[in-house]
Design a protein around this ligand. Structure first.
Ligand code: GTB
Length: 215
């Protein structure tokens, strides 16, 4: 049975692959698992039928047979556990790759998203500039730490893993901020991820949705 995921009918990122279906599409492409996509509008996401799949009324979701999942990290984890290619065979290395998955979503993504939200929603507040400076410092701390750990390596812990896949998608959310360039190994790391054929297939697929919607 071909798994079905949901994605934005009209993504606010205009096809830049920043919405969280991108990481799920990329995981499918890495393991060679075909998938179908059901596009949903913002209104449909809040309807009871979609909330049965996703309690918070968001994308992406995953359905296969009698299994339905939400949370992009859980979906990538499921794909990585069911198929070879995204997690090492060695038990300890596998656990370390899982640690990097959590680090991407729990340690790096929150301050990055918090900064993004402030820029989107809090610009008119009197305290905006002060708060933005604090949020940007928090992101810088994590980028510095990540950059130190990555060093000259291609990937975070040996071969490319689901940890790298998630980390690259998280760092891509900084693409409109020049800060990443201050840690030269990080843009190079993101570029290595983006150069993977599986990434490119996933990117093209989500871009095709945006391009088709413009007609
Ligand atoms: N923790 C959940 C997960 O990882 O799956 C978060 C899911 C989530 O935030 N989904 C967003 C959503 O459905 C889309 S990806 N939002 C609609 C809603 O909440 O009503 C977040 C996103 C949206 C847009 C851009 N962008 O335009 O650049 C980037 C990321």
């Amino acid at each position: 049975m071909t798994p079905m995921i949901t994605a934005f009918e009209r993504s606010p990122d205009r096809g830049r692959g920043l919405a969280r279906d991108m990481r799920v599409r990329w995981a499918f492409e890495e393991v060679g698992q075909p998938y179908d996509v059901r596009l949903v509008s913002f209104a449909e996401m809040k309807e009871p039928a979609h909330r049965m799949l996703h309690p918070f009324g968001q994308i992406p979701t995953y359905e296969e047979g009698d299994l339905s999942l939400f949370e992009s990290g859980a979906i990538v984890s499921h794909i990585a556990q069911r198929h070879a290619g995204l997690l090492p065979d060695d038990a300890n290395a596998r656990s370390r790759a899982v640690a990097w998955m959590f680090a991407a979503l729990n340690t790096l993504e929150p301050p990055i998203v918090e900064r993004e939200m402030a820029r989107l929603l809090e610009r008119d507040k009197s305290w905006y500039e002060e708060r933005l400076a604090l949020l940007e410092d928090r992101v810088r701390v994590r980028l510095g730490e990540l950059s130190n750990r990555l060093g000259d390596a291609d990937w975070l812990d040996g071969a490319f893993s689901a940890g790298d896949l998630l980390m690259v998608t998280v760092l891509r959310r900084l693409s409109s901020w020049s800060e990443l360039a201050n840690y030269p190994n990080l843009p190079a790391y993101v570029a290595r991820g983006e150069a993977r054929p599986a990434y490119q297939r996933a990117f093209d697929a989500q871009l095709a949705v945006f391009t088709a919607g413009r007609r």
